[in-house]
Design a protein. Structure first.
Length: 277
């Protein structure tokens, strides 16, 4: 087992990685940290360097090999050094230094997307990362974070995405009006998800209106979507509550909406043939 190459918490590499916990430094350097084997495995095409304890290098030899094959420098480090680079309480022995990977909004429009998740004023990084993961699982073509939303590269957002951050295009810092105008011009129908929506998700599915290109706009965790944003959408849709729960949290509602659209887009006639007996 090789001896750690990085042993000092004052090493320039360690200091630089630790500073990336702050958004200002991430933005200046256009770099961020991916923690843990799942994130580092998915991040290989975007890695600048990998830092790993000798024990973790043995446990995750496949990740180390993939990074080596991709020409990514790999440095062994002590557990204390990895902890200094990490945001978690119990680091897993491997972190990756990554390049920013957000996609210009215009490039997303050029692909003629069929399913998009738009996060408007979403402030909780865990929620943002989880919605990104849901969008990836539902087969969405892209995610867009408006200019009032949380930093995509916040360590909690990166962890909550469980590697999905590296799977699909994500645009950041786009004004909501620009998002709406661009997607509408690209032939995408805009649905605002809101618990007080005039339309019911079941109605949308039964009427077969969800089979075309669709973008879901999800709002702030505490106060939802402001009226001016709701007014920009083609329809404001609520997820029906059939039981006694007061409401659904943001990530759960996003999963329901995105999967409903994904199912409708894959059905021969919207979702009508599936929901009608």
């Amino acid at each position: 087992m090789p001896l750690p190459e990085l042993t000092s918490l004052r090493s320039p590499r360690v200091v630089a990685a630790h500073r990336l916990a702050k958004r200002s430094f991430r933005g200046k350097e256009r770099r961020f940290i991916a923690e843990g084997p799942q994130a580092v495995r998915e991040a290989v095409p975007h890695l600048i360097e990998v830092y790993v304890t000798p024990e973790a290098a043995e446990r995750h030899a496949d990740i180390v090999a993939a990074a080596h094959t991709a020409g990514v420098p790999i440095l062994t480090a002590t557990a204390e050094v990895i902890a200094e680079m990490s945001d978690t309480v119990t680091p897993q022995g491997i972190v990756g230094l990554c390049r920013f990977l957000d996609t210009p909004f215009e490039d997303i429009l050029a692909t003629r997307p069929r399913l998009v998740a738009v996060l408007a004023n979403v402030r909780d990084p865990g929620n943002a990362g989880t919605v990104l993961r849901c969008a990836d699982a539902a087969g969405a073509d892209a995610v867009v974070l408006t200019d009032a939303s949380v930093d995509l590269y916040n360590p909690k957002a990166v962890r909550a995405s469980a590697g999905s951050l590296f799977h699909l295009p994500v645009a950041v810092g786009v004004p909501v009006e620009t998002v709406v105008d661009g997607l509408r011009a690209a032939g995408v129908r805009l649905l605002a998800a809101d618990g007080a929506g005039e339309r019911d998700l079941d109605e949308e599915l039964d009427e077969g209106t969800m089979g075309g290109p669709t973008a879901w706009i999800f709002g702030n965790e505490a106060w939802g979507l402001p009226e001016e944003t709701r007014a920009l959408a083609d329809a404001v849709v609520r997820v029906p509550i059939h039981g006694r729960a007061e409401s659904l949290n943001l990530a759960t509602a996003a999963a329901v909406c995105l999967y409903a659209s994904a199912r409708a887009q894959r059905a021969p006639a919207g979702c009508r043939s599936v929901t009608m007996s």
